[in-house]
Design a protein around this ligand. Structure first.
Ligand code: ADP
Ligand code: MG
Length: 616
């Protein structure tokens, strides 16, 4: 057991590349015959800084050339645009305080960044970075690239994911799939091969810290929980060193360079270079050459570690919270994966090892690991990999109980998440005021054979004849696997909702057993469903006929016609409890035939209405 597989089909549209569209740096990758590979740019650099300049002469620069223009054209240069993707101005007020982005007026719902005389939306800026990556890949592979897999943080919501897809489209890339960054990292290490286990992915990048706990069951990754800090990363370390250097310079040069953007940016580059060297050597020098003056200072590992200890420490709280949210203990973590350039710092590695009491994976370049995983997924989608595997999917189907104890499935097993589905139901009882929404999980047809997840009432709906009310039920599974169910009375707009964690308290063995069970019982279930549906059909028509008996139209029928109806009713009642659904349906059809004139005469919408819609 355990082959939850989808055939992705074989795409024949040239290569599919993997893309890590990072806050600080972006990378493009592909799967070649020996494995996933990063594709370097023409300058040989593997990391493309996620920076875009719209220069005064109208030229657009991306990557390293744009990063250099942070110094010369700061007000025409955008960085960290990932922080704004898919968000409205209202969502990013705090963000905007920290960044020198100028927001164009009238951009309440869609952020418009002003760069000189033009405005750009965040997806348009990201698209320029993607276009650069696409160009690099095309130059390297020698053919056109039009399809990609792009990674996104596990906590990205639907709008942020959509904005990322839009960026791809603007750049001329069809985004075949968005993959969660921690899942990609685990894939790069081939952890899917172990089939089952619990994995912590610690991602400490330039400006953000993310911790994710993944559960792997039969090669399927599920994000159990995520946590982190959207303003914690290598930048904070840079700022600490920068402050020291600026103080030094002030006392040596008797000059505060704080107000001088150009000098500060140059110094920042010196600081970053020293910090990165310090991961490999015991001491490094921060230096700055500026207008004929020279500053140099050696920082050793010991001082560095003292300085950054509070920053490293701030990553540990979210790790503990994440474990708690995922409902797993440190002992249950089988693998720890290190992601992000800042995990090269030895002290960070030690802290993570101490917390998880396991040696983290550091064999791959931590700033390339997400892109390498994207390449693996890209290879699968392009048909280059024989193994089929699934990522971030719902392991079991989700639905609600409908009349007769049957399950109506909204989201099917193996759907990629996030996923959503909406269906409209109706009431089964005359004048019904409350509707019970019973959320169930499983592969069986009958509610009694599924797992009950939640029950709630949608109260005070408009009392209407059976079959007339319209109850819209919406299921939404977010990227973390949380299921949000909303039931809404379409007429009154009244709604009620609930959040559920479908995987809560469910072991892999139980998931497997439930799926296996559904295969074994498929025929039996099918028969039972047929019978129940037939009986419900009988209920509906019997109730309608009952009602009609009190109407004028009934007495307008001839005695012969009335006798025909009565005997058909009796015949239906006789077979009602049989297990032969075709027998029941035969009698329903017969009763339908003999009451056709009656129903038409009555012009009773309720009778006809009662025949439509699945009833809750
Ligand atoms: P993001 O995912 O946010 O785009 P990355 O994973 O590329 O970011 O990480 C970028 C950060 O990693 C920067 O702050 C950079 O200075 C830092 N970094 C890269 N190499 C090293 C190193 N050798 N030692 C310490 N920090 C490093
Ligand atoms: Mg990253």
């Amino acid at each position: 057991m355990g082959t939850f597989q989808i055939d992705f089909g074989h795409q024949k549209n040239g290569p599919v590349v993997g893309i890590d569209l990072g806050t600080t740096n972006s990378l493009v990758s592909h799967l070649d015959l020996t494995g996933p590979k990063i594709i370097p740019g023409e300058d040989g650099d593997r990391l493309v800084p996620s920076v875009v300049t719209y220069s005064a002469d109208g030229t657009i620069y991306t990557g390293n050339p744009a990063r250099r223009r942070l110094i010369t054209e700061p007000e025409r240069t955008v960085y960290s645009v990932k922080r704004l993707m898919g968000l409205g101005v209202g969502d990013v007020v705090d963000e905007l305080k920290l960044f020198p982005f100028r927001i164009a007026p009238g951009s309440e719902s869609v952020i418009q960044l002003r760069l000189g005389e033009r405005t750009f939306t965040p997806p348009e800026i990201s698209a320029l970075v993607l276009r650069q990556l696409k160009k690099n890949a095309e130059a390297y592979l020698g053919e056109e690239v039009s399809q990609a897999v792009i990674t996104v943080p596990a906590y990205f919501n639907d709008a942020q994911r959509q904005a990322t897809k839009d960026a791809g489209r603007i750049a001329g890339l069809e985004v075949l799939r968005l993959v969660n960054e921690p899942t990609a990292a685990a894939l790069a290490y081939g952890l899917d091969k172990r089939q089952n286990g619990t994995i912590a992915v610690y991602d400490f990048g330039g400006g953000t810290f993310d911790i994710s706990i993944l559960k792997l069951h039969d090669g399927i990754f599920e994000v159990l929980a995520t946590n982190g800090d959207t303003h914690l990363g290598g930048d904070d370390i840079d700022n600490l060193l920068l402050r020291i250097a600026m103080q030094d310079i002030e006392s040596e040069w008797k000059e505060d360079i704080g107000g001088n953007q150009e000098a500060v940016q140059l110094l920042r580059r010196g600081v970053i270079a020293a910090k990165e060297r310090l991961s490999f050597v015991p001491a490094a020098i921060i230096d700055l050459e500026y207008r004929g003056k020279h500053y140099a200072r050696e920082i050793n590992r010991e001082l560095f570690e003292k300085l950054i200890a509070p920053v490293v420490d701030r990553t540990l709280g979210p790790c503990r919270s994440c474990l708690a949210d995922a409902g797993v203990t440190v002992e249950q973590i089988d693998e720890v994966v290190m992601v992000g350039g800042s995990t090269r710092i030895p002290m960070v590695r030690q802290a993570v090892e101490a917390l998880f009491r396991a040696k983290p994976h550091t064999e791959l370049n931590p700033d390339e690991v997400v892109a390498l995983g994207a390449a693996v997924q890209a290879g699968i989608l392009s048909g280059n990999v024989e193994d089929k595997l699934l990522l971030d999917v719902t392991p079991l189907s989700l639905g609600i109980e409908t009349m007769g104890g049957l399950v109506s499935t909204l989201i099917f097993r193996n759907s990629t998440i996030p996923a959503s589905a909406t269906e409209t139901f109706t009431t089964g009882v005359e004048g019904q005021r409350n509707v019970l929404i019973h959320v169930v999980q499983g592969e069986r047809e009958m509610v009694k054979d599924c797992r009950s997840l939640a029950r709630f009432d949608l109260k005070d709906i408009d009392p209407l004849p059976a079959g007339m009310a319209r109850i819209e039920v919406r299921f939404l599974i977010d990227a973390n696997g949380i299921l949000n169910v909303i039931a809404r009375d379409v007429r009154t707009g009244k709604e009620q909702s609930v959040d559920i964690k479908p995987s809560y308290g469910l072991t892999d063995e139980q998931v497997e057993a439930m799926i296996l069970d559904s295969y074994e019982k498929a025929e039996e279930d099918f028969q039972e469903r047929q019978v129940r549906e037939a009986r419900m059909g009988a209920d509906t028509i019997l109730a309608a006929v009952d009602k009609a008996r009190n109407s004028e139209a009934y007495y307008e029928l001839s005695g012969e016609e009335r006798a025909g109806i009565e005997s058909s009713v009796n015949e239906l009642l006789l077979v009602y409890h049989s297990d032969d659904h075709s027998l029941i349906r035969g009698k329903i059809d017969q009763l339908n035939d003999v009451t056709r004139d009656l129903a038409e005469n009555m012009m009773n919408t309720a009778v006809r209405g009662a025949l439509k819609g699945t009833k809750i």
